[in-house]
Write a protein that binds this ligand. Sequence first.
Ligand code: PGA
Ligand code: ZN
Length: 397
Amino acid sequence: LITDVRLRRVLDSRGNATVEADVTTESGGFGRAAAPSGASTGEHEAIELPANEAIASAREHAVPRLVGEVYAGNQREVDAALHAADGTENFSEIGANSAVAISMAAAKAGADVLGAPLYQHLGGTFRGDQFPTPLGNVVGGGEHAEEATNIQEFLSAPVGAPSVTEAVFANAQVHARIGEILEEKGVPANKGDEGAWAPPIGDDEAFEIVDQATTEVGDELGFEISFGLDMAAAEMYEDGEYVYEGEDNRSTAEQIDYVAEMVDEYDMAYVEDPLDENDFEAFAELTDRVGDRTLICGDDLYVTNVERLQEGIDKGSSNSILIKPNQIGTLSDAVDAIELGARHGIQSVVSHRSGETEDTTIAHLAVGAAAPYIKTGTVAGERTAKLNELIRIEEQA
Ligand code: PGA
Ligand code: ZN
């Protein structure tokens, strides 16, 4: 039984305040977790409140429904209590940041009571031995850096790596190789919020550099390293057009053509949010064109929400979904989205946010829920926290 829930403000990787939760149980179990925070947030995400407000509201409404009432090991009940305490559709009362921190901390306390690793608690005894392939942000701009590429993220995708560990090091090597290429070119090597290079170059040049680096590192390591994108296109979409600084704007039809051409030209493994977050139809058109060879992933499109995912399934909008627990507020809701997707052949990519902490819950979630991919950066400390945890899990499992 949960005997204590403590909430506090801690720093995230952008230096902003976020919510951290400690959950303690009667039998001596303990779990601690912190909420991440997005910059290119989807319009339909659960609501993040200022950390102070989220903490005050959760203390008033959620803590009394948990302490002495719910077992930490019963994740469904913990998360149902959070929904009941909040009483809204989108956690606007207690804040999705308080909700997700408590949900994840309870899961860790539940695992602690069992003496099991978190991935085992989340995945259960009959969990398979599938490990997620890490997608690593190596170059980017958009909302994550000023004076850099229009496209938010260029992602190294070591699809041929024989293990998670080798994939993690491959992404780091691609990141390092790109640093060298930028230096050779005399381009200033700034960095964005997630530690990816944020050079003042156009998207065309970024495609060339990332293609070169992934090919060279792949040849050296002896396995295939593809790459992909998070276009975060909802951030570019204004008055019916996709706005590219320094280039002509693109209509929806032109955007679909452009992405399909880039997929062909670079044999890309993955494209996230290539179109606006409300355009299920345009997503479907692109998926129809390239979905047999490339993952078309909905992030802002679905916001980890099963109702929006169901609409995407009905319309054929994508073959992949991004899973961010803080977009929907609880681990149970995130697992529901992964499982609904899996039943319809939709591949899950468990993801960090651009603002992160040392919390490693998403590494365990990806393994426990058998997600085929994880997107959690490449080299910055709050990213390596998750990547190094994956390496440890691979060793144990
Ligand atoms: P965000 O970006 O965390 O700033 O929303 C990450 C993403 O768009 O995938
Ligand atoms: Zn995204």
